[in-house]
Every structure is written in structure tokens, then in C-alpha cells.
Design a protein. Structure first.
Length: 346
């Protein structure tokens, strides 16, 4: 009798496990069936794919694949529509459905649709329609799309961090010799070249090496792309502000973000960084700045900033859009090489 009970319990336990496995398998199969069906419709008739996807959303709002296909269709259709405001509405819908897919999709589904690459494509497509909206004096609509796309990218970034919390910053693939010495384009001893005090904003201080400045920007943008962020755009006014401050630090022998003059051996405060940068770029903006001294290559400067929590947060701030970098070499200064980076939100 006892043996019979044990056999019965064994059979019931295994039957329960079998049913659970079947249910999981059926759910996975159903998800795959939904994706395959919508994928065929997407290739044959994209608007029908949208209609079927929306019906599935109502019946099974937890399924991610319908949101992906609707986002993809609206994005494709907006590219060829003749009316700019209709294009805006389609792109807005595409980003909304893409954000929902980001919330619902698991790693297998995201891998199936190559989601990481598609998110970058959405950023590029959003930038393209934003430029068209600006040209039609519809900048307020462009700003709305920009915020929606930024929210999508931030959500994607957070999910990546949750999936792999131990993964560090992406490594750059730019080939630069870590020990590469800077070949100066301008004479190395400027003795400040008159760049001190509060700048007028008209100064054009020369760079010690513009190639190294651009290499540093490439490395920073490589890091931002790996995190699905917008690239920083070079701004000549911010570069002039950066180079001015680099000369000022070298000539007046100090290493701070604010501006100082050395009078009778004593440092006297002149202006904070915001005030000085605003002399070079008059439009209202929010600026951030960091410095590095003594580093003799773009790569070493990049590594130094990436290892600093404060600099890292600034360089990877999703709200920053523009940048200027200044490199100065003065062989008679305490540190020789002076790097300054200035970033703005516009």
C-alpha cells in the first residue's frame, strides 16, 4: 500500500513538471509564432502588419513583438511621407512603440531583431527629421522628438546595466600609441602669449596640436556611441574658450577651472568658468569644464578623465551636445602640457 502511494506521488510530481514544461514550451512557441507571422506581414504589407499588431496588443499586451513591428513601420513610412507634420507624428509614434518594446522585450527577442543596432538607427533617423523640422521653423516639435528619443536611449542604457552590472565602460577601438608624444604645431614657449585676465571673447589662441584634440574627441564619442548616446559636436567658440584657459593656466602657473591672475606671486581670482566661457559663446547655455595637466597624449588624457568620477559623469552626460578642446604646450610652465575641455548643452 505504501509502495503504491509512493509510486502515485512520483507519477503526480513528474506529471506536474511535464505540464509546466509543456506550458513554458507552448508560451515560447506562441511568442515565436507571433513574431514569425508579423515578420511575414511586414515583408508583404506593412500597413496590414500594423493593424494585426495592434489587435494583438489589445488581446495580449504583454507580447513585445507587435510593438517592435509597429515602431519599425512608422519609422519607415515617415521617411517618404510628403508632409512634415505627418512625418513628425509617425516618428513620434515610432519612438513611443519602440520604448514599449524596450520595456517588454527579453534578451532573446532583442537579439532576434538586432535591437541594439536598431536603437542607434532610430537615433540617426530622429536626428534627420529633427533637421527637417528645424528647416520648417518647427523646432518645438524637433525638441519633443529629441526628448522622446533620449528617454528611449536612457531606458536602453539602464537595461544594459541591469543585465550586466559588472560590465565596465566600453573600450575604445581607436588605434593610438599610448606613448605617442605630441608633435607641436605651434611654438612650445608662449609665456602666456598675453592670454590672461578676463577674456574679451575675441581671442584666438592657437592649438599645440589640433590632431590630438580631435583624437581625444573621437575617443569620447566612441564611448558615448557604445552607450547609445548622441555624439558631441565640435564647437569652435568653445574650443577658443578652452585654449584660452589652457594658456592662462600655463602662463599664470595654476591648475583650476576658474580664472586667476598671479600678481606678485599671489593668485587673484578673476572670473569663474561660466563667466569666462560665456565671453566666447554669447548665447545662453549651461557649460561644464574639466582640465588635465602633464599628460602628453590624447589617450592618456582620455584615460585620466575616464578614471575620474566627476569627469566621467560630465563627458557621458546625455544632455551635453557641443564641445571644444584646447591643448597648449609651454616648456617653461610647471606641467608643460595643458588640456581643457568645455561642453555645452546646446
Amino acid at each position: 500500500m505504501h509502495a503504491y502511494k509512493h509510486v502515485k506521488l512520483y507519477i503526480m510530481k513528474n506529471l506536474t513538471l511535464l505540464i509546466a514544461a509543456l506550458l513554458i514550451s507552448m508560451a515560447a512557441t506562441a511568442g515565436g509564432w507571433t513574431y514569425n507571422r508579423l515578420n511575414r506581414l511586414y515583408e508583404m504589407d506593412q500597413w496590414r502588419c500594423v493593424n494585426v499588431s495592434k489587435r494583438i496588443m489589445k488581446r495580449a499586451p504583454e507580447k513585445p513583438s507587435p510593438f517592435y513591428f509597429v515602431a519599425a513601420v512608422y519609422n519607415e513610412k515617415q521617411k517618404t511621407h510628403p508632409t512634415i507634420k505627418t512625418r513628425y507624428m509617425m516618428m513620434s509614434k515610432s519612438l513611443r512603440y519602440a520604448t514599449k518594446f524596450e520595456e517588454l522585450g527579453d534578451l532573446d527577442m532583442m537579439s532576434e531583431v538586432n535591437w541594439g543596432a536598431y536603437v542607434l538607427q532610430l537615433r540617426d533617423d530622429t536626428d534627420a527629421i529633427m533637421r527637417d523640422l528645424d528647416s520648417h521653423n518647427l523646432s518645438y516639435l524637433a525638441d519633443k522628438l529629441d526628448r522622446k528619443c533620449d528617454n528611449l536611449l536612457l531606458l536602453h542604457k539602464k537595461i544594459l546595466i541591469v543585465e550586466d552590472p559588472d560590465e565596465g565602460l566600453a573600450s575604445t577601438t581607436i588605434e593610438i600609441d599610448p606613448n605617442e608624444e605630441i608633435q607641436n604645431e605651434t611654438p612650445s614657449n608662449h609665456e602666456g602669449a598675453g592670454y590672461f585676465g578676463l577674456a574679451s571673447g575675441n581671442e584666438v589662441a592657437p592649438s599645440a596640436n589640433k590632431i590630438q584634440e580631435q583624437k581625444l574627441l573621437e575617443m569620447i564619442n566612441e564611448e558615448r556611441r557604445a552607450l547609445f548616446m548622441k555624439e558631441l559636436k565640435w564647437n569652435n567658440d568653445l574650443a577658443r574658450a578652452a585654449r584660452y584657459h589652457a594658456y592662462d593656466m600655463a602662463g599664470q602657473e595654476y591648475t583650476m577651472n576658474d580664472s586667476y591672475d598671479r600678481i606678485n606671486g599671489e593668485l587673484i581670482f578673476v572670473a569663474d568658468a561660466q563667466e569666462r566661457i560665456s565671453q566666447f559663446q554669447k548665447k545662453k547655455n549651461v557649460y561644464q569644464q574639466d582640465i588635465s595637466v602633464g599628460t602628453t597624449s590624447a589617450l592618456n588624457t582620455f584615460k585620466k578623465w575616464m578614471s575620474s568620477d566627476q569627469a566621467n559623469e560630465m563627458l557621458l552626460n546625455e544632455y551635453n551636445r557641443s564641445v571644444g578642446i584646447g591643448l597648449v604646450h609651454d616648456e617653461n610652465s610647471p606641467y608643460g602640457y595643458y588640456w581643457v575641455i568645455v561642453l555645452g548643452e546646446k
